[in-house]
Design a protein around this ligand. Structure first.
Ligand SMILES: [Zn+2]
Length: 480
């Protein structure tokens, strides 16, 4: 194989990264990379276990001087996000990622690079191969982190003996993540009666909002289009009752909804125009800068449809306006960190029901359960069916983690002259750590990584010098 990275140490780490980049590994397509890891471990004569989902676990016994040291678990995911530029011709199922180096960064030609989380895969393999003495090393390579956390959820952890873990799915040098949020999807479904619609409905469209990630951006002032539509409908209904024909908004549970469309019937267009004019003026003063492109406009709806009764229309409006949405509580430990939140991400209308999807997140499992029970109770009030799915655990913050302390000390010792002050951080997004730690029944853990920018996009790039430092850091942490 011809390598494009040159001049970075240890050479094998960078070579392995290039080798795995030639193996297609989009989420759900991890067989090839699992084959590669297993044959790699077999060549080294190491204990290797692969489950039916292509999760792989490899163990290397302690080296000289580390016979009595506790074992260390290293972990990362083998799948990657497959995104490419519109003009790029690339088949993620079969084609290798085309790498090139540009000004100290490793990049891919027109596609995602897969440093998220190829960095972890390369690190673990290079450490397993390394002749440096170290404690017993247990390496867990999981599948489908980017889509469902199925790998971390399904793995049988009885084989793991370590209770110290470094997850390598973070992208910020100098930062150790010490807590992440758990999550769930809540569905509230209101079964609705339908009656014939005597006129052509009027369509109301909300568009132009900024939106964002339902975890990382939930604390911002950005409006949720579904909620805003609830406000519009509530206002109109107070003036004069009407019949809802349909409502559809947002397309991802984990994104703040940017658009919502509702069709309503048997109401004067003039009343709507008047009320919207007043509301637009109010919003002008309320909206944050990012949402200033908001547009609310009217259109003609589809003819000969069926509509909801007044009662069901009123219930849908209540559900939309009253559903908990946004920040539920803030962390008492971390400054400006959201602890628990929910996002009314998707609203959809079917033949006989209106469904509202809510993404919940929390870094504290008990409060998460409480929020879910609040939503269940809320649904009961309106006779809505409640369904819970996609639950994954939070990684609770633990004070005085020895590993976090080692990280802060060792990073400063090794790279103090760089002027970066290492720190710990909690995030309001999900990591596999929550699932793994709870399955292990507790484990001292941190999530770290080298600098990788613009992940999940074709601009993804890996800082090669940072990756070099990451090797030194992880090796020192393991040997500490
Ligand atoms: Zn990742």
């Amino acid at each position: 194989m011809r390598y494009v990275i040159d001049g970075y140490e240890p050479k094998r780490l960078f070579e392995i990264f290039e080798e795995i980049s030639s193996i297609p590994r989009g989420s759900g397509n991890e067989k090839g990379i699992a084959d590669y890891i297993c044959s790699f471990a077999k060549d080294l004569g190491l204990f290797c276990l692969r489950d039916q989902n292509n999760n792989v676990f490899v163990r290397k016994n302690a080296g000289k001087g580390y016979e009595n040291a506790p074992a260390f678990l290293l972990q990362g995911h083998t799948d990657m996000v497959c995104e490419k530029n519109a003009v790029t011709v690339h088949d993620f199922a079969t084609d290798p990622i085309k790498l090139y180096v540009d000004g100290g960064f490793l990049k891919a030609k027109g596609t995602t690079l897969g440093a998220d989380d190829g960095v972890a895969v390369a690190m673990m393999l290079a450490l397993l191969e390394s002749s440096e003495d170290m404690p017993t090393l247990e390496c867990l390579f999981t599948v489908e982190e980017e889509t469902s956390l199925k790998g971390a959820e399904s793995f049988d952890y009885s084989v793991v003996t370590a209770r110290k873990m470094i997850n390598m799915d973070s992208e910020d040098e100098g930062v150790a993540v010490v807590s992440s949020a758990g999550g769930a999807d809540v569905l509230l479904e209101l079964l609705t009666d339908r009656i014939p619609c005597p006129d052509r409905p009027i369509r109301i469209k909300v568009t132009g909002l900024m939106g964002g990630h339902s975890g990382c951006d939930i604390h911002t002032c950005r409006q949720n289009a579904n909620r805003l539509m609830g406000r519009i409908l509530s206002r109109l209904y107070a003036r004069k009752p009407f019949n809802l024909v349909s409502i559809n908004g947002g397309n991802m549970k984990n994104a703040i909804a940017r658009e919502c469309v509702a069709e309503i019937s048997v109401i004067d267009r003039e009343i709507i125009e008047n009320e919207l004019d007043i509301l637009r003026a109010e919003l002008e003063a309320e909206l944050c800068e990012e949402d200033k492109k908001l547009k609310i406009y009217l259109d003609k709806g589809r003819a000969s449809q069926k509509m909801l009764t007044y009662k069901d229309t009123s219930s849908v409006i209540s559900l939309l306006t009253l559903t908990p949405n946004g920040v539920f509580s803030m962390s008492p430990v971390f400054d400006r960190l959201v602890r628990t939140s929910c996002n009314c991400g998707v609203v959809e209308t079917s033949e006989d029901s209106v469904r509202i999807w809510i993404k919940t997140r929390s870094s504290q499992n008990s409060e998460h359960e409480y929020l879910i029970s609040v939503l269940r109770r809320f649904g009961t009030v309106f006779g809505a069916r409640f369904e819970l799915s996609g639950v994954y655990e939070a990684w609770d913050y633990v004070e005085n983690s020895p590993l976090a302390r080692d990280f802060l000390r060792i990073y400063s010792e090794l790279f103090g002259e760089l002027g970066i002050t290492p720190r710990t951080e909690a995030i309001h997004a999900g990591l596999e750590c929550g699932t793994i730690i709870s399955r292990l029944g507790g484990c001292d853990a941190i999530a770290i990584g080298p600098n990788v920018y613009d992940i999940h996009s074709p601009d993804e790039r890996l800082d090669l010098e940072s990756f070099e430092r990451f090797w030194k850091l992880v090796l020192a942490l393991i040997r500490a």
